[in-house]
Design a protein around this ligand. Structure first.
Ligand code: HEM
Length: 311
């Protein structure tokens, strides 16, 4: 028998012996097992069965598929952030490398947003969207999870109580509650009410479990006592800007492209206050406030240009 094979068999024997397992049975399993195929590995048939437009307008396939692509990237973003949250010990190299991946994902999402902005016929969009009400990307729970694992819960709130409070109580002060008001009635939209009913417990639990391991907290722990490396600071600033300015502006462009009308007209079709809510300049969401100067914070969301590295 070839030396390499006999070495591998020895290693396997040790591995199974350590767990009290019989190697021969596992070798028999290998003999019976089928070869892995690409389509089984990535569940291609299942994946391609998940795009189910609700209307016959051809461009709806683009809409549903692009949302799914975005959600898969959101999944990868959360995967990287969870690794940073759990790393022990957390090194600057690991933190930076994982944040660079996350920044790449957001850059890709921003660049590809043109598929939404110019890649569908407006006439088709305005028809098929009526069959999708009251659902909205606003209900993307992964986007909210990305926000919660990135910063202190309080940085996501508007006018919260001053005294220490439980996350369960603070949930009502989340900034995005402001973004789902019906123009006609000034009531909270069904979109928001359904989302809260479905996801509030999950998001509160996430907020609680990330109180002392969200990205901002990990950065602060990391930089205690010594100055964090400039490269880490730069990747965190880039992330903040990519999510809270660049992605939001790319998204806003698609809303303007398809939905821009005078407020009176929007009221008439059951629209929301998105024109006042979506611009990042209005939202002023910042994950890592101490990494920005007072001037940068004051001008938040006004420029597309990447902020200069901090000295
Ligand atoms: C033609 C494409 C799109 C249009 C016209 C559009 C429109 C809107 C509007 C009007 C809102 C405000 C809430 C509402 O009134 O429903 C919103 C929120 C939102 N949408 Fe989209 N959207 C588009 C594509 C997407 C895509 C591809 C995603 C990816 C998941 C997405 C995710 C979100 C998120 C996360 C929010 C909440 C943003 C925030 O709170 O700042 N949207 N969208």
């Amino acid at each position: 028998m070839d030396d390499t094979v006999s070495n591998r068999l020895n290693q396997l024997e040790q591995k199974f012996a350590a767990m009290g397992q019989d190697m021969a049975s596992y070798l028999e399993g290998l003999l019976q097992a089928d070869y892995l195929t690409y389509w089984n590995y990535i569940h291609l048939e299942t994946l391609l069965s998940l795009q189910n437009p609700k209307t016959a307008y051809p461009d709806e396939l683009i809409f549903v598929t692009y949302h799914q692509i975005t959600e898969l990237y959101f999944k990868l973003v959360l995967h990287e952030i969870r690794q940073i949250a759990e790393a022990s010990p957390l090194t600057a190299e690991f933190f930076t490398a994982r944040m660079q991946r996350v920044n790449q994902y957001f850059q890709l999402l921003e660049d590809s947003f043109s598929i939404m902005v110019t890649g569908m016929e407006r006439e088709q969009f305005l028809k098929f969207r009526m069959a999708l009400l009251p659902s909205s990307g606003f209900q993307s729970v992964q986007f909210r999870e990305i926000e919660i694992v990135s910063t202190d819960f309080r940085n996501l709130l508007i006018a919260p109580p001053e005294e220490p409070s439980f996350i369960d109580d603070l949930y009502e002060f989340l900034y995005w509650k402001q973004g789902a008001t019906e123009l006609a009635t000034q009531q909270k939209t069904l979109t928001l009410r359904q989302f809260d009913q479905h996801y509030k417990p999950r998001l509160v639990r996430l907020g609680e479990s990330f109180e002392s391991k969200n990205l901002y907290h990990r950065y602060q722990q990391f930089s205690q006592g010594s100055q964090a490396p400039n490269e880490l600071i730069a990747t965190l600033r880039e992330y903040d800007w990519r999510v809270n300015v660049r992605w939001k502006l790319a998204h806003l462009r698609s809303a303007v492209q398809y939905l821009h009308k005078e407020p009176e007209a929007i009221k008439a079709t059951g629209g929301t206050n998105w024109q006042a809510y979506l611009p990042p300049m209005q939202q002023q969401r910042v994950f890592f406030p101490s990494l920005w100067s007072a001037e940068e914070l004051q001008n938040w969301g006004q420029s597309l240009h990447q902020p200069a590295p901090r000295c």
